[in-house]
Design a protein around this ligand. Structure first.
Ligand code: GLU
Length: 301
C-alpha cells in the first residue's frame, strides 16, 4: 500500500496507564504505518465509562509522546461519538438486522461457550421478545456461513458467526454502545486502512467484518500482534496488575517491545533512546518477522 493511502491507528481504552503489553500494540501499529510512509491516528476508546479511570487518557498520551510514538491529527474520543453510533444502530434496525433482547446474564449462564470462553448466544429473542419481558440490549443477526479473512500475521482465518458467536450485542443493557459497533463506525470514520492490534482481538475481527458488510463500509487489512503474558500465561493488563511503563530507561523497555515483535535491535543500539530505536525499527520493519505466539514478559509483572 502506498504511503498516501495508508492510515493506521492505536485505540487504547483509558482504563489505566500503558504497560509493556499495550506498548507492543502501539509500537507495532506505529511502525507499520511509518514504514509504509502512512498516517497514524490515536483514538481514545472510553466507551465503557464505568471502566475508565479519570486522568488515564492524558497519561496514555503523555506516555506515547515520551516513547517517541508521535501521532497525526487530533485524538478521536469515543465518548463524544454517541450520535454516530446511534445512527449506525438505527441503520441496522431499519434493515431488520438488529433486534431487542431481554436475556439476562444469568439466563444465558447455561448457553454454550466458544473456544474463547465467550457465551454463544442461543437466539432466545431472535423471533421476538417473550410476553412479559422487556428489552435490555440490542443484538445484530449473524449468518450461518463461514466468514474468512486474511490476517497479515496469522494468515487466513475463518469463523462461523452463528455457531461460534451467535447474534451479538451492539447496544448493551446499561445503555452503552458495544465496542464491536463503535470500532467499526470509528475505523470507517477515520479512514483506517490498516488495523494492527493485540491478538486478544483476533476473533473479534469476523464480527467487525460482518458489521462493515451490513453498513456497506470497506474492510481494513488486519494484523494481530503477539500478546505479552505473565508467567501464568495471562495477558498483561490492569486486572493482572501489570505495572505502568517506567519513566526512565525507556530505551530498554522499547527494545524489549521490539524483540517481542521479532525486531530485536542490533547490539550497536544498546543504550539508545526511543527516537533512534524507532528510526532503526521503521527502516527494518517486516511484518512477516512478527511471531504468532504470545510472549512471556521478561520483567516482573
Ligand atoms: N480499545 C481496545 C483495547 O484497548 C482496542 C480496540 C482495537 O484496537 O480494535 O484493547
Amino acid at each position: 500500500m502506498s504511503g498516501a493511502a495508508y492510515c493506521g491507528r492505536f485505540a487504547p481504552s483509558p482504563t489505566g496507564p500503558l504497560h509493556a503489553g499495550s506498548l507492543v500494540a502501539a509500537v507495532a501499529s506505529w511502525l507499520d504505518a511509518r514504514a509504509a510512509g502512512g498516517r497514524w491516528l490515536v483514538r481514545m476508546e472510553d466507551l465503557d465509562r464505568p471502566r475508565c479511570v479519570p486522568g488515564a487518557a492524558d497519561t496514555i498520551l503523555r506516555q506515547l509522546d515520551a516513547y517517541g510514538l508521535v501521532w497525526d491529527g487530533t485524538v478521536l474520543v469515543q465518548s463524544q461519538r454517541d450520535g454516530a453510533y446511534a445512527a449506525a444502530l438505527d441503520h441496522l434496525k431499519a434493515a431488520g438486522q438488529a433486534y431487542p433482547c431481554a436475556c439476562t446474564r444469568s439466563q444465558l449462564a447455561a448457553a454454550p461457550r466458544n473456544a474463547e470462553g465467550e457465551t454463544v448466544y442461543p437466539g432466545t429473542c431472535r423471533a421476538g421478545l417473550a410476553p412479559g419481558t422487556t428489552a435490555r440490549a440490542w443484538r445484530v443477526r449473524v449468518d450461518e456461513v463461514s466468514a474468512c479473512f486474511q490476517d497479515r500475521v496469522h494468515g487466513r482465518l475463518c469463523q462461523t458467526l452463528a455457531s461460534e458467536v451467535g447474534d451479538f450485542i451492539v447496544k448493551r443493557a446499561d445503555g452503552l454502545f458495544a465496542y464491536q459497533l463503535a470500532v467499526v463506525v470509528d475505523d470507517a470514520h477515520q479512514g483506517i486502512t490498516d488495523v494492527v492490534r493485540g491478538a486478544d482481538l483476533l476473533w473479534n475481527t469476523p464480527r467487525q467484518i460482518h458489521l462493515q458488510t451490513l453498513f456497506g463500509l470497506p474492510t481494513p487489512r488486519y494484523a494481530h500482534v503477539p500478546l505479552v503474558v505473565n508467567a501464568a500465561g495471562q495477558k498483561l493488563s490492569k486486572q493482572t496488575l501489570a505495572p505502568a511503563l517506567p519513566e526512565s530507561g525507556r530505551g530498554a523497555v522499547l527494545a524489549e517491545a521490539l524483540a517481542v515483535l521479532g525486531h530485536a535491535p542490533p547490539a550497536e543500539l544498546q543504550g539508545a533512546g526511543p527516537v533512534a530505536l524507532l528510526q532503526w525499527a521503521s527502516a527494518h520493519w517486516q511484518i512477516d518477522n512478527v511471531p504468532k505466539h504470545p510472549i512471556v514478559a521478561k520483567r516482573a509483572t
